[in-house]
Design a protein around this ligand. Sequence first.
Ligand SMILES: [Zn+2]
Length: 555
Amino acid sequence: MVKNKIRWITIKNILLMVSSILILIIPNIVGGGNLNFTYYLLYIISKISILIFFGIIILRITKSYYYSYLIIGIPYLISSIVEIPNLILLSKYISTDVMKALFYTNMIEIEEFIGKFYLYSFLPFTLIGIYIYILKKYKFISYNLYSGKKIIFTSLILLSISIGISTYKYTNSKYFTYPGAKNLTYSVMKTYYIEDPPINLYYRIYNFLKINRNINKYRSEKENFKFEVSNSKDSIMPNIVIFVIGERIRYSNWSINGYDRQTSPQLEKIKKLVTFQKHYSNGNETNNSIPLIITEATAQNFNDVYRQKTIVSLFKEAGYETSWISNQSNIFLYLNNQNEPNKLYILDKNQIRSTDLDIIPIFDTILNKNTNKKKFIVINMAGGHGKVPARFNKFIPNTSGKAYPFIAQNAHLFINDYDNIILFQDYVLGELIKNTEKRNLSSVFIFTPDHACHLFDGGSLFGYGSDNPTELETHIPLFIWGSDKYIFNNEVKYRNLIKNKNLLTTNDQLFYTISDLANIKYKTFIQELSFADSAYYEPKSRYVYTTKQVFEFKK
Ligand SMILES: [Zn+2]
């Protein structure tokens, strides 16, 4: 009888131990799923071993199962709550860029995020519930672990198993030549422990705080920054320069770029619009991409975004009156450049949802304003994050604003949603150009978005901002239009745009191109980087910046 009872208790305790481990490593169980079976099994064994290793050490110190599980459980649990929704969305562990986006996101985006994720929100609560249930069980188990030597021996064996498996996996994986890897130990640590749950989340928070420090560090350098514009008095600058920054816009979903659905009827009607074929963003996430678009910083010298002023200040130095219409004001929290434009219009303040339609009347007010100054207008659209007015709801069936899980079976709904967004964006851009054209001045218009996104193309990926940027996340449209007066004054530049539209171009060169289109000369201007110039030097590679590393893609 007594013997049986002891055995029963043991089995019960083993079950308890197994479930208490599994509940803590759910992100690893889910996230390791893209590995083949053997690697997956080894990965999970490695994660279990390292968890038990730390568990045993804490148990030695606390001499209580209850407190040990409490101490080790909480950091694992917090990591799970953040990692699991991200895994469902991006099939990746959380990145610093996602952290940054979450932190700087405005209330509208949070609402959007929660709205879409309420389907998954029961997961963290279930997880916490099960954890508390298990934790309570440990209250009734008293500490009677076998001798000290055996414990240290067991834990060291487990640690060796974990490190052994990770090293084996690393040297056999395609990431073996991981750029930036200092040596094998460092790389194994980074790949399988630091950038892996549960430590991943805390490492990303640390990284994020480090970036924030950069803004403060370069603050005075930025304040004293000057472009040193050297234009002569008689240089012919356009009356109006409009630079529109889109949001989450793919190159391939525009009929003007060859898409088989008619998503851009308005822009197709506009004569003299040049659309670039191989234009790429240097970031796959808003907060990395926009700073690179509006400053001279490049993917390889990202810190320059903190040191330098933006293109708004360049136009200000050249004598333009500058305005910025923002439907995505969270970018200012990141870049801290809200004081640069003479006039700032924020459409998404006070959490009141605004559509990109609201840009048009403000834009017209700026155009109508009587001033003897030339005008530079930056517009940052809500784009692929914004709401689509009902009259653009042409491609059906779509999600109709309801939350559907991000799975391939729902792909057609999300694609229809997306094509309606493009149809709407096309309308807004068309209106902006038409209203500009009516003024009969020398005007030039440039549109490019911050990045593109996945739409379940060739797999399960949806969204953007992954740690390993893809072609689809970064291939974006670039439209340039000039009024008749502008083209008359700048015929050679316009011809060069047409000549260069099939070459590789990136947002790294856009700064030089816009200043060139406006005939602004300044100290660090480089003619060969402007694709409005006949000497445009097509780059051999393009670069994509992520907080983790810079990726080079050969042409
Ligand atoms: Zn974005």
